[in-house]
Design a protein around this ligand. Sequence first.
Ligand code: ATP
Length: 239
Amino acid sequence: MTIRVWQIAKSFENNPVYDDFSLEFPENEVTAILGPSGCGKTTLLNILAGLVRVDAGRVDAGRVETEPETSYLFQEPRLLPWLSLRENIALVLADKLPAAASEARINNCLAATGLAPYAEYLPNLVSGGMKQRAALARAFVYPSRLLLMDEPFKSQDLKTRHHLIELFLELWRAEPRTVITVTHDIQEALRLGNQVVVLSGKPVRIVERLRIDLPQEERVRRYEELFPLEKRLLGLVLG
Ligand SMILES: Nc1ncnc2c1ncn2[C@@H]1O[C@H](COP(=O)(O)OP(=O)(O)OP(=O)(O)O)[C@@H](O)[C@H]1O
C-alpha cells in the first residue's frame, strides 16, 4: 500500500509548518527527505506515526484499524539499559507472534545483524555502532509495513555509518517495506533513496523530488554516476 499525506495542514500555535502539503511514499521503496533544520521533517514522521495530529488534510499511513504497523528508528538507539540486546529486540514482538515464531525471528535478526555473540550483553557493554545495530534489528524484527527513520546514522563515525547503511540495505532487501528516512547528509540520501525529496520554506514546500533508478547495491561501486545528482542537491540545500 502506498503511504501518502494529502493536503495536510499543521501549525504549532502561530507557527504554520504545513499548509496544503501533499506527498506520496511508494510502497516498499525508500524515500529520503532532506531539508533545513526546523522545516518540519520530524513533524512529518510524527504525523505518519500517528503521534501528531494534522489540523486538516488526509494521512494514509497504511494502518489497519488501530493496530500499529510502524517501526521508528531514531538517532539514539533508545535501548532499555537493564535489558540485554536480545530482550530489547524481543520486547517489540511481545504478544505479536506465537513464542516459537518470535524466537526464530529474533534469532534470524540477531544473526543478520552480527549480534548473535553479543545477544545476552547489556547495551552499555557494547559500542555505539553495535547499539544502533540492535536498534536496526529491533526495527526490522517487528513486522511493520512502514519504517520511519529520523537521522538514524548521524551520531556514528564515517566507517560505522557506512556499515550501518549496508546493513540497513541488506535487511530491507531481505524484507522490503516502505521506508521514510530523514537526513542532513546528501550522500546518505543518495545511497538509500529510491526517491529523494528536498523540503524548504515556511510553510514547507517540496523544492525537489528526484527518482534514482540505480539499484542501491550498485551505488557505492558506481557512485560517480550519482555526482550530477549530488551537485544538484548540494545547490538546493545550500540555496
Ligand atoms: N510539539 C511542538 N510544539 C511546538 N512547536 C513544535 C513542536 N514540534 C515541532 N515544532 C516546531 O515545528 C517546526 C518543525 O519542527 P521539526 O522538528 O519537524 O523540524 P525538523 O525539520 O525535523 O528539524 P531538525 O532538522 O532540526 O530536526 C519547528 O519550528 C519546531 O520548533
